[in-house]
Write a protein that binds this ligand. Structure first.
Ligand SMILES: C[S@@+](CC[C@H](N)C(=O)[O-])C[C@H]1O[C@@H](n2cnc3c(N)ncnc32)[C@H](O)[C@@H]1O
Length: 265
């Protein structure tokens, strides 16, 4: 019965994982679980639950166990080849939508969360999504097909190297910005190294993007970049050196520097 599982496993997993994963295993909501401790699980659900619980206790993120994650009100497929979309990244999407661009490039699209959320809210915007990882691009393409009526262009490229010489109103990116050697919980999260690490100082992707982006921006175009509080000062120092000006620095709900908007000088 559900009540027995809640008693037995409630001490092992935090409530957020317990209800989310258990709900996924039986196909019911948290409210149902709370209201029906007498519910008897089918054998198949029980096996799914035990397997998920074991893997969660070994550190596999809940989103990789269910294969999905909510972002900007949409449910994205995720797997080990994509970063799990973070709520902080919604700041980037908010900023892009607010500016009503006619075209946007999402550099390092991963699951496609930024590109798909923008295309969902601005169907008239021409959206291009780029990643170096073929496997991430496959996930992003499936998300766009399932969630959108409009088409996104997907391009495999090492940053700007293999891109056609088109220009965009906005280049948005949540680049890999964790310093190599960092041992934060994020790094232990089993997410792809390609999506996390930005070299020894966490700035490799910023150097590459700032170095090339101006050739891909329309006149009046801007870069909308997610940053972390750890790289915020260094990125702000780079802005002038790379020929940009800082239009905006925004904080996330925790008050940490999380996004910059830059325009070429
Ligand atoms: C921090 S993740 C962001 C994923 C997604 N945009 C999000 O916000 O959840 C960075 C992404 O950049 C991609 N990436 C890493 N190096 C790259 C490169 N040289 N060229 C293009 N994309 C790259 C990774 O594969 C990963 O999907």
């Amino acid at each position: 019965m559900l009540g027995d599982i809640l008693t037995k496993d409630g001490a092992k997993l935090p409530p957020i994982d317990l209800y989310y994963l258990l709900g996924h295993a039986i196909g019911k909501s948290r409210e149902f679980i709370l209201a029906h401790p007498e519910y008897t699980m089918r054998l198949r659900s029980l096996i799914t639950w035990e397997r998920m619980k074991r893997r969660r206790l070994r550190g596999v993120p809940a989103a990789y166990l269910t294969g999905e994650k909510e972002f900007y009100g949409l449910t994205f497929e995720v797997n080990r080849h994509t970063l799990i979309p973070r709520p902080e990244t919604e700041l980037v999407v908010d900023e892009v939508i607010r500016r009503h661009p006619r075209s946007m490039l999402d550099m390092g699209t991963g699951s496609g969360c930024i590109a798909v959320a923008v295309a969902h809210h601005l169907p008239e915007c021409s959206v291009t999504a780029v990643d170096i990882s073929r496997k991430a691009l496959a996930v992003a393409a499936r998300n766009s097909m399932r969630l959108l009526n409009v088409k996104i262009s997907f391009i495999r490229s090492d940053y700007f190297i293999d891109l056609p010489s088109d220009r965009y109103d906005i280049i948005a990116s949540n680049p890999p910005y964790v310093c190599e050697g960092d041992v934060s919980p994020e790094v232990a999260s089993q997410e792809p190294a390609l999506a996390l690490y930005g070299g020894r100082d966490g700035l490799h992707a910023f150097r590459t993007i700032l170095g090339s982006a101006r050739d891909f921006l329309m006149p009046g175009g801007v870069l909308v970049l997610e940053i972390s509080p750890e790289v915020s000062s260094a990125v702000q120092e780079m802005v002038d050196r790379y020929g940009y000006q800082l239009e905006k620095l925004a904080q996330d709900l925790a008050g940490h520097d999380r996004m910059v908007v830059l325009s070429p000088r």
